[in-house]
Design a protein around this ligand. Structure first.
Ligand SMILES: [Fe+2]
Ligand SMILES: [Fe+2]
Length: 262
């Protein structure tokens, strides 16, 4: 069995006490017994993408005591050169990363669209370079090795007026790559700031797309009597539990949690 703690949208440097909320979630996760196997943070690590924000992010995320590794990907609020510097990656190309933990492959994709300094582009695109890299990484696995594809932008509409126009633009290209590979368990994304799940229906055999909600703020449903983005709701995250289905394939179960702030 594999247990993944999935958080997203830490927005260091933004409103709503990111440091306190991230510490609250990581502190709770650190108390789990048995511990989780891996921690994922799917983008919008920083709010404006300044080096100071990444220094704070590295310090606070660095408080995670392990032993589970923590893997990150970039989001639309992140700025590629500063994010890449924090991750020790080249500044001028997509910040894709592949990691193996507990016998599983985690592919952390870069779906952000670089903008001129001081500007931000909010929708997502997977560059041809990233799609080719994903295809290669999935093809190079040992037979039966299970993989998770992680990125910031949801690939389909999720019925949030704020988020649907700024989802992943070239979802069909991602679906085309994933359709070529078995044993991808799920697509794990962020950006939505709303704990939800959907099927990636652009695929021939749709994978689940799982979204943990936001650590720092929540994007509300249009029908709810809240502001479109609120910090009045508590931090949320997801725990994905993966084991074997009766046919031998992977089965994933997700538990969402919200944690009251002290
Ligand atoms: Fe975000
Ligand atoms: Fe985002």
């Amino acid at each position: 069995m594999l247990v993944i703690a999935h958080l997203s949208d830490t927005h260091f440097g933004g409103k709503g006490d990111p440091v306190g909320r991230v510490r609250r979630v990581l502190g709770h996760l650190a108390s789990l017994d048995p511990p989780v196997d891996v921690v994922l943070v799917t983008g919008d690590i920083a709010d404006h993408g300044t080096p100071e924000e990444y220094a704070e992010a590295a310090a606070v995320l660095g408080e995670w005591p392990g032993p589970a590794p923590a893997y990150l990907c970039i989001g639309n609020h992140d700025v590629r050169p500063a994010y890449a510097a924090m991750r020790g990656l080249p500044p001028d190309r997509p910040t894709d990363e592949a990691h193996r933990a507990a016998g599983h492959l985690f592919l952390m994709l870069d779906s952000m669209v670089p903008a001129p300094p001081g500007e931000r582009i909010d929708h997502g695109v997977l560059a041809p370079e990233t799609l080719a890299w994903l295809d290669e990484q999935l093809a190079a696995r040992q037979p039966g090795e299970r993989a998770f594809v992680c990125l910031h932008h949801p690939p389909e509409r999720i019925h949030l007026g704020l988020m649907d126009p700024i989802r992943l633009e070239n979802a069909a290209d991602l679906a085309e790559v994933l359709d070529r590979h078995d044993d991808v368990v799920a697509v794990l994304v962020g950006h939505a700031h709303s704990a939800c799940a959907l099927a990636f229906t652009s695929m021939r055999r749709p994978l689940p797309v799982l979204i943990p909600g936001g650590v720092v703020s929540t994007v509300t449903m249009d029908a709810e009597p809240f502001k479109a983005i609120t910090t009045e709701l508590p931090p949320t995250y997801a725990v994905h539990v993966v084991d074997d289905a009766p046919d031998g394939g992977p089965r994933i179960v997700t538990h969402w949690r919200s944690l009251p702030m002290p």
